[in-house]
Design a protein around this ligand. Structure first.
Ligand code: AMP
Length: 414
């Protein structure tokens, strides 16, 4: 029986693993500059947490969650996103007291039972940030700029930043009423739309089957209260002052229920149909709804796989600093122990001058020719050969694997 990775999952290795690590490493540096601290939450949570926060009528909750029962019949779910877990952790650990700046970031795997295609997987990685306790539109603008900074760090310059405001409960109530009235007049809505119209009419706007029928659909901007309108305009003007090119897009709704006021997406042409690299927005009611003190919040999540797809041609993949590989070989088997302990010393202490190296220790029981073949195979730059006569004089041979020249070097000199 040959085992295969489950559908929609993939093994990440070689350049892709290097790229993913470098993206995460750079993200950590950028988060630090913006004052965000790392948080790691469990990969699974009480399923009810996601149902309550993301929303019963969302695609994620309706069809995409990996739900299972543990041995004590607890209903658990692999996390489909990071915000709900973060808010749960924020409340449970009283992070408003121990981490009062309220700026958190997370990096890790998410799980959704979606139809796999390029840029869409069942297990994928997100880098996310959540800014809690700050009601100011400046926090919204900073979150968008922070997301952009992460994309810049992998060389992505062309991006489409879409921003919208969904208003507060007051505006949403009026907008929802207008939507229901409008959708009731549209003929032949699909099954999903009919169901959503009853439970959450805003989600009908997201329908991929029926959206072409929605000409003349009410616009949220006509229903925003003065406060929401002013907040939205301030977000836009702050983005402008920071040099961020954006498009205000009334059609942007977002598939999760917890958003209030600002929502945004950053898209790229470089990744095909799954073009959203980053998505986020404000969710001022979620902390309160999950049992915490009312706390305004805004955040985003970036899909690492998609961002790396978009970074394929930016030069990011050529920027990895590969270390120089050094292979230690033995011409005489009796020098195996000396060569081994030398390799360990070299791994621990490096070379004089601090050059970035990877050391491959000696292999016993192999001829020198086959050891050198292996050194070529792993693309070693140099091979250090332990040979009896030279070793007795405190020396070894250093072979340049490119031009195959070799010199004798005093052991103390390296
Ligand atoms: P969301 O949590 O749905 O707001 O998505 C935030 C970001 O995560 C998206 O913009 C994508 O970059 C990424 N993402 C979401 N779902 C998937 C998936 N199934 N596979 C890969 N990336 C995803």
């Amino acid at each position: 029986m040959n085992y295969k990775a489950p559908r929609g999952t993939h093994d990440i290795f070689g350049t892709n693993a290097l790229a993913m690590s470098l993206l995460e490493q750079q993200a950590r540096v950028i988060f630090k500059k913006h004052g965000f601290e790392e948080i790691r939450t469990p990969l699974f949570e009480d399923a009810a947490l996601f149902m309550r926060s993301i929303g019963q009528t969302t695609d994620i909750v309706e069809k995409e969650m990996y739900i299972f029962e543990d041995r004590k019949s607890r209903k658990l779910a692999l996390r489909p996103e990071g915000t709900a877990s973060l808010v749960r952790a924020f409340i449970e650990n009283r992070l408003d007291i121990s981490m009062p700046a309220g700026r958190f970031f997370y990096i890790g795997e998410m799980f959704r039972y979606e139809r796999p295609q390029t840029g869409r997987y069942r297990q994928f990685h997100q880098i996310g940030a959540e800014f809690l306790g700050n009601p100011s539109p400046a926090a919204d603008a900073e979150i968008i700029i922070l997301a952009q900074d992460l994309l810049f760090s992998v060389g992505i310059k062309e991006m489409d930043v879409r921003v919208n405001s969904l208003g507060c409960e007051k505006c949403r109530y009026l907008f929802r009423e207008a939507l229901v009235k409008y959708f009731c007049s549209v003929r032949d809505l699909c099954e999903d739309c009919v169901r959503r119209l009853e439970k959450n009419p805003l989600r009908v706007l997201d329908c991929k089957t029926d959206s072409h029928k929605f000409t003349g659909v009410p616009r949220i901007s006509d229903y925003l209260c003065d406060y929401c309108k002013d907040s939205f305009n301030l977000v836009l003007s702050l983005l402008e002052s920071a040099g961020c090119n954006y498009t205000a897009d009334e059609k942007l709704v977002r598939g999760l229920d917890y958003y209030t006021r600002t929502v945004f997406e950053i898209r790229s042409d470089a990744v095909g149909s799954q073009d959203a690299l980053v998505a986020g927005g404000r969710y001022d009611n979620l902390v309160g709804e999950l049992g915490g003190q009312n706390t305004p919040a805004v955040g985003f999540a970036l899909g690492s796989e998609r961002v790396l797809l978009a970074a394929r041609n930016t030069g990011f993949f050529d920027s990895f600093q590969e270390s120089e590989k050094i292979f230690i070989a033995i011409a005489d088997q009796e020098l195996f122990n000396e060569a081994f302990s030398f390799a360990v010393k070299m791994i621990r202490n490096g070379l004089k001058g601090g050059k970035d190296i990877s050391v491959f220790g000696p292999v016993n029981g192999k001829s020198l020719t086959s050891q050198l073949k292996f050194a070529d195979k792993i693309k070693a730059v140099k091979t250090i050969v332990f040979a009896k006569t030279e070793f007795e004089n405190g020396k070894f041979l250093v072979k340049n694997m490119k031009d195959k020249t070799q010199v004798e070097v005093l052991i103390d000199e390296l």
